[in-house]
Design a protein around this ligand. Structure first.
Ligand code: SAM
Ligand code: SF4
Ligand code: F3S
Length: 441
């Protein structure tokens, strides 16, 4: 067991990676490593990477450059690159000379062994362990959770949807669900540790249960999760519009612990573009789905992802997206420039658009969506929202922050002892990106 060795993990990308980093941290601590407060103080730096867009990979290339300088001063420093980039051959070629270990999303539990091998210096650098074995990580692995109040819980891994722009099915492998008893065991342990809110994670949570021996679907999993004593709130992400079932909508409406928020990616508002994206729904279907969910679940907040500048997207197609955004009035939206990912179908499609056109469309979309979010947030002023206090605010350490059931982040003043409590907060000022309130104690 190494003595006095320190690690530092830098996480890029989505909640899946955040959760994986917690497990990597747990595994390294089991090996005797302790967490460093900066890469400069570390013996091992792990980059848990994302390849969903070119910009995500660029951040990692930049960071690796910084780490090379550090390594010149500390030649003993080990650099490990894990996560989705490890599954992209071009990226691996580029990072090889700068890394000691490259490990894929299915090799997380092997990290301690790979670190030992790299530290022993008997192996040629980098040591590469990348495969897409259909690994399901159960609750047997240790983890160092990032919060004492909220927790992410994987319910499934991988994705079989193959949207034509998306690299995730190649980096995370085929879709597989975790056994229900294992998930519920983890939820019970979290509740015992004092966790109040869990977010169930998967690329397409609505297809949970497919391929499992037991007869279970996502709605049933929500009911079972809601029965775990001690948990106060249940969230989930992300949902594919095509797989949102009536049973899921009913669970959202019926289970008091399941929060009134759904993230359901629209991606585009034009039927032609949706078809080319292989999303397998139409704008009419999506619109009707949102109406149906809003009618069944009063106060439901809806967030989404939208891509602009998909190959072949005309001005008219883009106007269709704006039209949907105006009709639906999302509570929030993550908006992206289409980024061609090698190996995906969309990267090879005719009609790739110039960067300026994509950027112009993104600006226009954001102008419309931010206006809607500002109006919707403004309407919260004077209202009282139930907030789960998560701790001090990241933007102002003198303030507390927490989330409403609708997933709005609310900032307010109060003592740290409120952390972990569900309290009522009166909204005093709501802007596009920040909402302030006053605790009603
Ligand atoms: N499984 C989730 C779903 O379908 O809702 C999405 C997961 S993906 C990691 C997050 C978002 O990144 C997608 O919803 C999409 O909007 C965006 N995205 C994926 N590939 C992209 C690409 N090549 N260019 C731009 N945005 C992309
Ligand atoms: Fe990517 Fe589509 Fe799977 Fe989401 S559903 S991860 S966008 S392939
Ligand atoms: Fe997530 Fe990025 Fe991989 S969004 S699944 S870390 S490609």
């Amino acid at each position: 067991m190494p003595v006095n060795k320190k690690y530092y993990i830098l996480t890029f990308g989505c909640q899946m990676n955040n959760r994986d980093s917690e497990i990597m941290a747990g595994l390294l601590e089991q090996e005797g490593y302790t967490q460093a407060s900066a890469p400069e103080e570390s013996d091992l730096v792990v980059l848990n990477t994302c390849s969903v867009r070119h910009s995500a990979e660029n951040k990692v290339f930049g960071k690796l450059g910084d780490l090379q300088q550090l390594k010149q001063r500390h030649p003993e420093l080990l650099i490990a690159l894990g996560g989705c980039m490890a599954h992209v051959p071009e990226s691996v070629q580029r990072v090889r000379p700068q890394t000691d270990i490259i490990f894929g999303t299915s090799s997380i539990k092997d990290l301690p062994r790979l670190v030992r091998e790299a530290a022993s210096r008997e192996h040629k650098r980098p040591i590469i362990d990348v495969n897409t074995r259909p690994v399901v990580i159960g609750s047997e692995l240790p983890s160092r959770r990032g919060s004492a109040v909220t927790a992410f819980v994987n319910i499934m891994y991988g994705c079989d949807n193959f949207c034509s722009y998306c690299i995730v099915p190649y980096t995370r492998g085929r879709e597989r669900s975790r056994a229900v008893h294992d998930i519920i065991r983890e939820l019970c342990e979290l509740a015992e540790q004092g966790i109040k809110e869990v977010t169930l994670l998967g690329q397409n949570v609505n297809s949970y249960g497919r391929g499992l021996p037991e007869d279970i679907d996502f709605a049933e999993l929500l009911h079972r999760a809601a029965a775990v004593d001690g948990l106060e709130r249940i969230r989930f992400t992300t949902s594919h519009p095509r797989d949102v079932s009536e049973r899921l909508i009913a669970a959202l409406a019926q289970e008091p612990k399941v929060c009134e928020h759904i993230h359901v990616a629209m991606q585009a508002g034009s039927n032609k573009v949706l078809k080319r994206m292989n999303r397998r729904y139409t704008r009419e279907y999506y619109l009707e789905l949102i109406e149906r969910m809003r009618a069944a679940v009063p106060g439901l907040a809806v967030s989404t992802d939208i891509i602009v500048g998909f190959p072949g997207e005309t001005d008219t197609d883009f106007q269709d997206t704006l039209d949907m955004v105006e009709k639906i009035r999302f509570d929030s939206a993550f908006t992206f420039l289409f980024s061609p990912r090698s190996g995906t179908r969309a990267a090879a499609m005719q009609g790739q658009l110039p960067r300026e056109v994509k950027q112009q469309r993104l600006l226009e979309l954001n102008r419309v969506q931010y206006g809607i979010a500002a109006q919707k947030n403004k309407a919260l002023e004077g209202k009282i929202l139930q907030v789960l206090v998560e701790g001090t605010s990241k933007s102002d350490s003198a303030m507390l922050s927490g989330r409403s059931r609708s997933n709005h982040i609310v900032i307010f003043s109060g003592g740290k002892e409120l952390t972990g409590r569900l309290i009522n907060v009166r909204i005093t000022e709501a802007k596009t990106f920040s909402i302030f309130g006053q605790a009603q104690l």
